[in-house]
Design a protein around this ligand. Structure first.
Ligand code: CTP
Length: 418
């Protein structure tokens, strides 16, 4: 996904600098051409040789160490970059960037570049909360610097709180998403100007409806039944469809994840709400993807007042919900319908049975007991079936990658059908 992208990676001097090795390795594995600039403090935590070996490119630490007479290194790096990523970014480098200082190789390159800049801060929780750091980060954000917020947890200094460098896998995901969106935007612009056929925009002009998250089935005003769905798979599909040029409507139930930008979001609660929202979009839809985890049953009675505690037991009677996918399958005309099957056993048998019963064109089956696959994770491992059997087995990979691969299959099949 990062093939040929030139990334200048600035590594600054915090303990999280050791994670730069994993970050370099993962970026290189994705096909990026990574050029590292380290500050003098960063070299106290990790060696130049490590990052040079992982990137197979020279590592820069000193503005005046000009190795090639034909070029000025910091200008050359600044010009070649498709993205300058600073990870970890210390409070010190953030302050220097905010105030336009250029007293070492990294900050000089950062001033000289016109490429997008992304920073992943890492520091002690009190430093992160300091008004000076906040002010500097706001200045950078206003200027368009992209931020990868630090995670929360046990910090190397012993404190628990916000300040831990985001995991390298997540940083790579953000970088991939950044390029996917940028390339899609540029593709749209170039094709509008007639310079490039929209060959990569496989879903150009298609209307795609995606459902995501779990439904909420009310018991009373303060209680409900839901499930573990995080919404991440559906969100990744919506983002990938958008990046492939589709007009996306995202019908979303209960989720913990951040919804993608530039897609129309239709929030819903219950299975019935979700059905009504999807039914509204059905006639105009080209592709409908049901990644949501829909509750099969709902409480027969929804109490208008909070249920008071009484006896030792309480029975709730549940009644069956509408099966949205099955209902849509019966009404299918031109729509390409993709379902999901979350299974804990006999994956292929159950998934193919659902595909037939719900009249889907494809079914994405995942074994939710497998580690790294299914609910809540950032990765998934799926088998995609059609009526004739296995179409593709996707080994453990990011949900973004699964989404792109799934949509490519759908797009090719729709193109073939037409
Ligand atoms: N689905 C739906 N409406 C329901 C239940 C499920 O639209 N009431 C959809 C899901 O969004 C998914 C597919 O059907 O795309 C399969 O969902 P899953 O929970 O795996 O299967 P169920 O049909 O609910 O069967 P079971 O719970 O017995 O596995």
């Amino acid at each position: 996904m990062l093939n040929g992208k030139k990334i200048v990676l600035g590594v600054t001097g915090g303990i999280a600098a050791y994670k730069a090795a994993t970050l370099c390795s993962k970026l290189v594995q994705k096909g990026a051409d990574v050029h590292v600039i380290m500050t003098a403090s960063a070299t106290q935590f990790i060696t130049e040789l490590t990052l040079q070996t992982l990137t197979r490119n020279a590592v820069y630490t000193d503005t005046f160490d000009e190795r090639e007479p034909a070029v000025v290194s910091h200008i050359n790096l600044a010009d070649m970059a498709d993205l300058v990523l600073v990870a970890p970014a210390t409070a010190n480098v953030i302050a220097k960037m905010a105030h336009g200082m250029a007293d070492d190789m990294l900050t000089t390159t950062l001033l000289a570049t016109t490429a997008p800049v992304m920073i992943a801060p890492a520091m002690n929780v009190h430093m992160y909360d300091h008004p000076a750091v906040k002010h500097n980060m706001n200045l950078l954000a206003e200027r368009g610097t992209l931020m990868i917020e630090p995670g929360e947890g046990l910090l190397a200094c012993g404190y628990v709180g916000k300040g831990r460098l985001e995991e390298p896998e997540t940083i790579v995901d953000v970088v991939e998403r950044f390029f996917a969106q940028r390339d899609a935007r540029e593709g749209i612009q170039e094709s509008l100007q007639g310079r490039m056929p929209r060959k990569d925009l496989l879903l150009d002009g298609k209307k795609v409806v995606v459902t995501a998250g779990g439904t909420i089935e009310r018991i009373d005003p303060v209680r409900y039944i839901t499930n573990d769905s995080s919404g991440k798979m559906g969100f990744a599909i919506a983002a990938a469809a958008r990046d492939l040029g589709a007009d996306v409507k995202l019908v979303t139930g209960n989720t913990q994840a951040q919804p993608p930008e530039n897609v129309e979001i239709i929030p819903v609660q219950s299975a019935q709400d979700m059905y009504e929202a999807v039914a509204q979009e059905w006639d105009g839809a080209d592709i409908v993807i049901k990644a949501a985890a829909v509750a099969d049953y709902r409480p027969k009675e929804v109490y208008m007042e909070k249920i008071k505690k009484k006896g030792d037991t309480l029975s709730l009677e549940l009644v069956k919900n509408i099966d949205i996918l099955e209902t849509l399958g019966k009404r299918k005309t031109h729509q390409y319908l993709i379902g999901f099957a979350a299974e804990t056993q006999s994956l292929e048998m159950y998934a193919r049975e659902k595909l037939e019963r719900k009249n889907c064109d494809l079914i994405v089956a995942n074994d939710v007991t497998r580690s790294g696959a299914g609910f809540g994770t950032d990765t998934n491992a799926v088998h995609i079936y059609d009526r004739d059997g296995l179409v593709e087995e996707l080994e453990l990979m990011s949900k973004e990658e699964v989404a792109h691969r799934l949509l490519r299959i759908a797009a090719e099949r729709i193109a073939g059908r037409n």
